[in-house]
Design a protein around this ligand. Structure first.
Ligand code: AKG
Ligand code: FE2
Length: 301
C-alpha cells in the first residue's frame, strides 16, 4: 500500500433500509462524487462468504498443473499469475495475481454444454456448489441494488430490467489471489494495475482508489476494508449511460508484501442491450456525449 496515501471515507449504503428514496439519494451523491461506496445488509450470508474465501484458498493452493487444466475459455476458468495487465499503458510483465472466473450459471455453448469450468468433486469436494450459491446470492444483492441505482437516476425502479440490460445481466464472478511477494527486480509490479471496470456495477473488495482519472499526477487514496461490507463501484458502461454523471473511478491493488484474496462480481448489461444516453442525464445544456453502443462490444475480457 502507498505509505503516503490518505484513506478515503466512502459513504455506507444500507441495502435493507426501508427508506428507498433517501437511500437512492445517497447512492446518487456517492456515484457523482466518487463512484465508490460500501454496501451493508446486502443479504449474502456471512458463513457463505467465509466458505468462498476458504474455497478460493484451497483452489489457488492446488498445483499449477491441476489449475491449468481449467485454463480460461470464453471468459470462464483459470488465469495464471502475470497473465493479465489491467493498465495497458504500462510496459510491465503483468499483474501479480491469479484468478478464476465464473460466468452466468446457465450459459451453454452452441452444442448445449454448460460453459463454466469446475474442478472435479474428487479434487475439491462441494467447491462448485459453494461458488454457485455465492454467485446466486451476490447477484441477488446486485439485482436489488440496480433498482436503487435506477431510482438514483430518476428512472423507474425496473428501468434496467425493462431495457433488457438485466434480463439477464452478464455477470462474471471472479475469485482473485494476490500472492503478495514483493518483486526484487527493479520493475514496478502491481497486484492489479490502474483500471476502471468495464460494466455497470461491481461488488468487490479493493484497497486503492484514485478519485480523479483526469488529474495528473494521479492522487491515490486507500480504501479501508469494513468486515462484511462490499465495496461497490461504477463501471465504464454505466458512466457512459449516465453521460459521465456517475463516475467509473480508476482503482488498483498495490503489492503489500502480504498474501490477499478477493472476490468480485462484475455486472455487464445483457449483450443484446443497446446503451444510449439516459433521458434523465441530458438536456439542452448537457447534450449526450456518446452515440448508441451495443454492449456486446464492451463485455469484460
Ligand atoms: O481485488 C480487488 O480488491 C480489486 C480487483 C479489481 O479491481 C478488478 O479485478 O477489477
Ligand atoms: Fe476493478
Amino acid at each position: 500500500m502507498n505509505q503516503t496515501a490518505k484513506t478515503v471515507e466512502l459513504p455506507i449504503i444500507d441495502l435493507a433500509s426501508s427508506d428507498r428514496i433517501s437511500t437512492a439519494q445517497s447512492i446518487r451523491q456517492a456515484c457523482i462524487e466518487c463512484g465508490f461506496f460500501y454496501l451493508i445488509n446486502h443479504g449474502v450470508e456471512e458463513n457463505l462468504l467465509q466458505k468462498v474465501f476458504e474455497g478460493s484458498k484451497e483452489f489457488f493452493s492446488l498445483p499449477l498443473e491441476e489449475k491449468i487444466k481449467l485454463a480460461r475459455k470464453d471468459h470462464r476458468g483459470y488465469t495464471p499469475l502475470y497473465a493479465e495487465r489491467l493498465d495497458a499503458s504500462l510496459n510491465l510483465k503483468g499483474d501479480s495475481k491469479e484468478s478464476f472466473y465464473v460466468g452466468p450459471l446457465e450459459d451453454r455453448t452452441p452444442q448445449g454444454y454448460l460453459m463454466n469450468q469446475w474442478p472435479s468433486d474428487e479434487v475439491l469436494p462441494s467447491w462448485r456448489s459453494t461458488v454457485e450459491d455465492y454467485y446466486r446470492q451476490v447477484l441477488n444483492a446486485a439485482d436489488r441494488l440496480i433498482s436503487l441505482v435506477a431510482l438514483a437516476l430518476n428512472l423507474e425502479e425496473k428501468f434496467f430490467h425493462n431495457v433488457g440490460a438485466w434480463s439477464p445481466p452478464y455477470a462474471l464472478l471472479r475469485l482473485i489471489h494476490y500472492p503478495g511477494e514483493v518483486d526484487s527486480s527493479s520493475e514496478e509490479t502491481f497486484g492489479a494495475s490502474a483500471h476502471s471496470d468495464y460494466g455497470m456495477i461491481t461488488l468487490l473488495a479493493s484497497n486503492g482508489v484514485c478519485r480523479d482519472k483526469f488529474n495528473k499526477p494521479r492522487v491515490w487514496e486507500d480504501v479501508q476494508h469494513i468486515p462484511g461490507a462490499f465495496i461497490v463501484n461504477i463501471g465504464d458502461l454505466m458512466e457512459r449511460w449516465t453521460n459521465l454523471l456517475f463516475r467509473s473511478t480508476l482503482h488498483r491493488v498495490m503489492p503489500v508484501g502480504q498474501e490477499r484474496y478477493s472476490v468480485a462480481l462484475f455486472t455487464d448489461p445483457n449483450p443484446n442491450c443497446v446503451v444510449e444516453c439516459l433521458k434523465t442525464c441530458c438536456n439542452e445544456s448537457t447534450p449526450p456525449r456518446y452515440g448508441q453502443l451495443c454492449s456486446e462490444i464492451l463485455v469484460a475480457g
